[in-house]
Design a protein around this ligand. Structure first.
Ligand code: PHE
Ligand code: CO
Length: 275
């Protein structure tokens, strides 16, 4: 997730480097934390074959990190070979500019701390389970990997143009909560869904939420809630569509959208194409 604020954040920000990175300090994780990781992993891995996109399923199987909290330095050589990306350890959420800069340089920031056992089902801030389980597998997909880097570059530009809010909605409705059409039916590639025990089945099986065809400008206008299951999902055909739709310069989009009202999370417009 993007860092929207750095107030009252969990995590130890003392002793970090200027780019907010820290050592993962893997040996400091307790047995209880590794055991909690195994339980979190087992629950999600059982759901993944039915609800995740093929790219995520394949990558997760190849990575095989279900037994303990992964060592980032063990994954990094494989990630470097696959797509040239690298995981960097961070204390928690980082400021937008720092986050965008890491992505623009193909570095994905992963939070080092793990949630508490009582947060098994629900956590507001991203922890190592969300960041790693949800995000890292797709960094192995070349097209998705390029999209994420382009997003980081776009973020640096959006900051200069005062358009972070619009761009953050794109991240939210794709990287965190995106759905994708596949030969096996609707699936998800969104990390916020993939790391959630409840929303992974919900996003596909429930009759409640809207599922709307991907539409860049529509997404940039759509607000979102961070503390409930999503009321609307946007559906892409494949990562290529996502990459190509977001390739043009967004500056004119931001200008066009500047004066227009935002769209509530639950709304369906007459122009929406349902998926
Ligand atoms: N084309 C976008 C821009 O000009 C950059 C971008 C690419 C943003 C992919 C998000 C995702 O800002
Ligand atoms: Co995230």
């Amino acid at each position: 997730m993007t860092g929207e604020t750095t107030h009252n954040l969990r995590g130890d920000y003392s002793g970090m480097r200027p780019d907010y990175t820290v050592e993962q300090a893997w040996s400091a994780y307790s047995r209880e934390e590794h055991a909690l990781w195994r339980r979190l992993y087992a629950r999600q891995a059982a759901l993944v074959p039915r609800y995740a996109c093929r790219e995520f399923i394949d990558s997760l199987a190849a990575l095989d990190f279900g037994e303990a909290i992964p060592r980032f330095e063990e994954v990094n050589p494989r990630l470097a070979r696959a797509t040239g990306w690298e995981i960097v350890a961070v204390p928690g959420l980082v400021p937008d500019r720092v986050f965008f800069d890491h992505l623009a340089h193909r570095r994905f920031p992963v939070t080092v701390w793990l949630r508490k056992p009582e947060e098994f089902d629900y956590i507001v801030e991203p922890d190592v389970f969300h960041d790693f389980f949800g995000h890292v597998p797709l960094l192995f997909d070349p097209v998705f990997a390029d999209y994420l880097q382009a997003y980081g570059r776009g973020g640096l530009k959006a900051e200069r143009l005062g358009a972070i809010e619009m761009l953050s909605r794109l991240y939210w409705y794709t990287v965190e909560f995106g759905l994708i059409e596949t030969a096996a039916g609707l699936r998800t590639y969104g990390a916020g869904i993939l790391s959630s025990g409840g929303e992974l089945p919900y996003c596909i099986d429930s009759g409640e939420p809207n599922r709307i065809r991907f539409d860049l400008l529509r997404i940039m206008r759509t607000r979102y809630k961070i503390d409930t299951f999503q009321e609307t999902y946007f559906v892409i055909r494949d990562f290529r569509e996502l990459f190509e739709a977001t390739a043009p310069d967004f500056a004119p989009c931001y200008e066009e959208l500047a004066g227009r009202e935002s769209i509530p999370p639950r709304a369906v417009l007459p122009t929406d194409r349902m998926a």
